[in-house]
Design a binder for this molecule. Sequence first.
Ligand SMILES: *Cc1c(COP(=O)(O)O)cnc(C)c1O
Length: 436
Amino acid sequence: MNLYSTNHLSEDVNFQEAIFRGLPPDNGLYMPSFIPTLPSTFWDSVEKLSLQEIAFEISYTLLKEEISADDLKEIIEKSIDFAAPVIGISENIHCLELFHGPSMAFKDFGARFMAAVMSYFLKKSEKTINILVATSGDTGGAVAQGFFESNNISVTILYPEGKVSDIQEKQLTTLGKNIQAVEIDGTFDDCQALVKKAFLDEDLRANFNLASANSINIARLIPQSFYYVAAYAQMKRLGKKIVFSVPSGNFGNLTAGLLAMKMGMPVDTFIAATNVNKVVPEYLESGIYTPISPSISTISNAMDVGNPSNFPRMSAIFNGELNQMREVVKGTFFDDNQTREAVKEIYSKFEYLTCPHSAIAYLGLKEFLEENNSEYVGVFLSTAHYAKFLPEMESILGFTPEIPERLEVLLEKTKISTKLKNDYQLFKAFLEENLI
Ligand SMILES: *Cc1c(COP(=O)(O)O)cnc(C)c1O
């Protein structure tokens, strides 16, 4: 697969180079130069395929020049090793549950596939790398679980002390082995600044191979297209137009849906559902893209993004044409009160529990179905398990919902982390001692 930079000032690269570089030197994003479509024979019988089989067909079509069929099958068996079921909520509302992976959020798809692909290339070249990542919550857990016990890869995760939830912290700090957690006496922005500085440090670069596991890595985007196609396969028999509602922050998830569409998935509409950080819905409405800085804090905090990093990719899918984007993507946004009401409504009407992020996608879908007629069947994406946001859920519902055993077990494990002051020299000394 040949990839170009959305800023058009860097050279094209192949997939392997794109994933280890992360970002092109001109600070754009890597995008496939050509997006192939899957043959009609695939779409005609897609309902007979499993999620893993669909994952194989999509990724082989994209990556066959660089990874053999057998190796790709192994990568998928290792990384896409959990289900993404579609649950019927009402006659025309369905929920695509993306939280059955080890960190119980959809970021598992991207992180696990990226880890497996990186390990594969590293094994071939006998190299080692060090992943450095700053997290404010969900990304760290998915990356830690995804890279756990990966050969030739060491992972260092920075997080702000006291500013991530109990469950999120345990997901980062209880694995050990090749995963080390560093607790910084500061904010998420401080953590990110330390990581950025390390990437630019000539001394470190001379001695260690550093890489990022950032959400803009193309290896995280591709696997997110798998579950859209698997959901389509389950909806196809209803013979209606399909609309996906996607709770969005950095817009990687929605862009992956557009990638599936480009590869031939028959879909009518994507709903870009956000919280009050409504940069993209506003762009769709007015044609003006205005980042929000700093981003506004909400109860759907994994979507508190004031300048969505995948926006250039989303735009590239439509050749930069706003009107083309408007035909497919509908924007909408909701505030915290509407989000709380939605969590309650889904529970009282359907006896189904959703996290605040997923509730925003539900609201976007409900609004769309009310405005459009019954030609449509809708799927809203549930991006995380509600139990990851327990204090918020308790406050909304007025009772403590059931916690899955997997999370309960996690809470009993012992945290292992290194506490550091927000000081680059201390962080650098730590890295020099602990990187591989
Ligand atoms: C990351 C995240 C999102 C936002 O996904 P993007 O791909 O950044 O748009 C939504 N919900 C949850 C639970 C998340 O962790």
